[in-house]
Design a protein around this ligand. Sequence first.
Ligand code: HEM
Length: 520
Amino acid sequence: MQAFIALYGFLDLVLRAYLLATQAIIMGGVAFLTLVLSPLDGKLDAEESPIARRCLRILFWSCCASVLGEIVAVVVLTAMLVGTLQVDLAVAASADAVVSHFIAMILSGALALYARLDVGAFFKWRAGAVALALLLACAHVGVTHAASRPVASALLVTTEIVHVLAAAIWIGGIPFLLVALGMTKSGEARRLIASKFSRNAMWSVGALIAAGLLMMTRHFSDLSALYETNYGMLVSTKIVLLFGLLCFAAANLSTTRKLWRASSIPIRRLLRFSEVEVGLGLVTLFCAAALASASLPTDGGAERTSLSEITARFAPRWPSFHSPAYAELSAAQAASSVAEPGTPSPPSAADIAWAEMNHHLAGVFVVLMGFFALLERHRPTAPAVRHWPLLFLMLGGILVIRADETAWPLGPIGFFESLRDPQIVQHKVIVVLIATFAIFEITTGAAAAFLLTHYGHTEGKDEVLVAISHTPIALLGVVSASARWLEIRLSDTPAGRIGGYVWPIAFILSGLLLLLYREE
Ligand code: HEM
C-alpha cells in the first residue's frame, strides 16, 4: 500500500491527462457532429453519411476509453482514500471526487450508446448527446480546484466548465475535422466543413482565453506568481503552448478563407498543420492535468522562489564535466541504512554536481544530434552524419546508469523496488522515450510533455527552480517534435523545408540549455 500511495501522484497525473484527452475528443466529437455536420445535412451529397458514421465510430471508441479510465480512476482513488485515511470502502466511495468520476463513467457510457445509433437517429436525438456532453464537462470540473474550494463559487465553477468545453470543441474537434476532410473529395464539401469548423473554433478560442484569464484572477494573488510558483509555471507554459497553437490555427484560418474563395485549392498544409495542433493540444492538456495536483498560489501552501533566485540559477557559467565519485554521493553513504524510496534528503554538494553532470552530458549529446541533423540536410550520404540517431541510444544508456544514483544499477535499491518512487518511474519513462527516439516526432513530444510535468510534486522552492530550468528545454522539445512532423509530412513544401531546419536548431538550443543547467 505504501508503494501505491508513493506512486499515486504520478498515476493520478497520467490518468487525469488520459481522461482530459479522451473526454476532449468526446465533447469535441459531439460538437463536430451537431455544430458542423448536422447543419450541413443534405449539402455534402453522398459523402455525408460515411463521414458521420466514421465520426460516430470514433466517438464510440473514445467513450469506451473514457469509461475504462473512469473505472480505473474510481478504483485507484477509493483505494488511495482507504489506504491513507483508514476509512471504510463505503465512506471512501462516497467522497465527492469518487462520485464525480462515477458520474463521468455513467455519462461516457450513455454517450457510447448514443454513438451506436445510426446517423439519422443520432441527428434526430442530438440534443440528448449535447446535454450528456455538457454534463460530462460538469462532472470533470467536480474534481478540479474550482469545485474543491472551501466555498465553491458558482462563477468560478461555470468559468472552468466553459474553459474545459471550449478546449474540447477546438482541440477535441480537430481529429473529426481531419477525418471529414480526409474523406471528402469535393472541394465544395471541404469548403463547407472547414469554414463551419473554423467558425466554431474561433468562438471556442475566445471563450477559452477569456475563461482562462478569469480563473487566473481568482487563483493568482499577483502576476509574479506566474513564474515564482509551480502552479504559475504550468499556467505560463499553457499560455506559451496556446501561442503556438494560435500560430497554426491562424495559418489554417487563412487556408480556410482561400478555400472559401476557391474550393479547388489543395488542403494538404491545412491537414498537416491541424495534426500539429492536435499534438500541441495534447501536450497542453497534459499540462492542464498537472495543474490539479499543484497548490494554488492564493492558498499560500506552495513555496515561492524569487526573480533574483531565478536569474542567479540561469546566470550562464561554463558547464562542468567533473563528476564526483559515486562513494561521495548521499545515496552511497546512506546505502548501509538502505533509505526508504520516496523520502528525499536535501541534496549534498556531490549530489548536485552529479545531477548537473548528467544534464551537461545530455546537453553534449543533444547539441551533437542537432548539429549532425543540420549537417545531414547538406551531406545526406556521409555515414557519420546519417547515423546520428544512434546517439540517442548512447544518451539513453548513460541516463539509465546515472539518472537515479539511489537505485539500480549503481545504487542499493533494486530495479523493481525503485519503481515505487514516482521520480524514478518518470526518469525510466523518459529514458525509454529517449531510447525509442527512432520514431522521433511522437516520442519527442511525449518526452517533452513528461518533462513539463516532471517536477513540482513536492511544492518545495527548489522544485520550482528545477521546474523553471526544465520548462524551456521541454518547450523546445515540443517545437522539435512539431517541426520534425512537418518536415516528414510536408517534405516537398516550404513549410516542410523550414521544419527541417527548425527542429535541429531547437535541438541544439535545448542542448545548450542542458549545458547551462544548474541545481544551485
Ligand atoms: C490563456 C491561456 C490559458 C490560461 C490562462 C488557462 C488557465 C487555466 C486555469 C487557471 C485552470 C484551472 C485549473 C485548476 O486549478 O483547476 C485551467 C484548467 C484547464 N485548462 Fe486552461 N488555460 C489556458 C489555456 C488552455 C488551453 C490552450 C487548453 C487546451 C488546449 C486548456 C485546457 C484546460 C483544461 C482541460 C483545464 C482543466 C484541468 C483540470 O481538469 O484540472 N487551457 N486553465
